[in-house]
Design a binder for this molecule. Sequence first.
Ligand code: FAD
Ligand code: FES
Length: 369
Amino acid sequence: MLLKILITTGAMVGISGLLALLLLIAEHFLANYGECTLSINNEKQVHVQGGTSLLAALNSQKIFLPSACGGRGTCAYCKCKILAGAGPLLPTEEPLLTPDEIRDSFRLSCQVKVKQDMQIAIPEELFNIREFKTEVSLIKDLTYDIKLLRLNLIEPEEITFKAGQYIQLITKPYNGVKESVSRAYSIASPSYEKKYIDLMIRLVPEGICTTWVHQHLREKEIVNIVGPMGDFYLREGAGEIIMVAGASGMAPIISLLEEIAARKIERNVTYFFGAVAKRDLFFTEEIAALKKRLPNFQYIPTLSQSQPGDAWEGETGLITQPLERYIKNHDTSQSQVYMCGSPGMINACIAVLNKNSIQNERIYYDPFA
Ligand SMILES: Cc1cc2nc3c(=O)[nH]c(=O)nc-3n(C[C@H](O)[C@H](O)[C@H](O)COP(=O)(O)OP(=O)(O)OC[C@H]3O[C@@H](n4cnc5c(N)ncnc54)[C@H](O)[C@@H]3O)c2cc1C
Ligand code: FES
């Protein structure tokens, strides 16, 4: 009996899979959506070839929406209001949109395919996002798994961004990877440096972009980036600034610290940096130099698994521990918190902050996922 059920279920799954595959093949070879018109903000019309995602169609017209996952439908940064022509909501979009967003006609532009004329709304500030041609002027090891990548701008020659924002790095095909992908990287250099940007890129095992950067990219190569993007930047305020980062989450924090120093902002700044062992600490000299320009700055590196040879006398444990101790012993009623790094670290810190009366309105973060 069990065998019969298993065979029937298997057959049904096989038939549905085959049908889905046939549909995909038919759509690929037979569907020709021709030229479609995208009407943007009731002001501008662009003509695109149907059949690609809305995100790709807009990119082909040099209109760039934020995107962190490279169109894989996981980041939800590419949300856009589609007022007509989007078709029904897709199962890949639903989990990433709130009921309010769905009611307000927001869709994921990387998932919605252009099959007919569309009417869309894009916030004006997004028209500042551009494509830049750059040259790799420096690749340097910061730790055993983090590299600093400096990109000199060629065309346009300058970039204007807010400290804390990120760009999308566009890879080139290599080895078995046949297509270009794009991934988000926070800018580590100061916003007053307009002719180059620095990125800090941590190797993810088997990761497409990070393997390319760490093992294939060379100085003097030309690479394209798109940006600037993101709403992780310094907010006005009078209270203390608390910063938390781990690994390459250091990148936007350094840019923010440079911004604070350049603008001579005199607010107290306390920076908690979480690392596993001493070999994961980096930018120590640069931070010491920043300390001389920031009179009210305190740096608290913390090791979660210091090694016997580390001779470490600083803070130990998970980054949440010194953070919580600090909050409990200070008046943080006006503090703002800026965090960057893994989603796990950020979520754990948010729980500690909320528990200690720092609510989400004063917490800003970019999870690197
Ligand atoms: C706003 C934003 C800013 C970012 N800034 C930086 C930055 O400054 N420096 C930096 O190093 N990264 C940064 N990231 C992460 C970066 O965009 C990529 O996700 C990461 O570099 C992996 O890319 P990949 O192509 O090598 O891996 P992929 O080929 O995309 O992924 C390979 C596998 O690794 C998993 N994976 C993906 N990312 C991670 C990760 N970070 N840790 C562990 N596993 C992962 C994937 O789920 C997948 O299974 C940022 C992300 C966002 C959203
Ligand atoms: S680009 Fe990430 S969900 Fe669309």
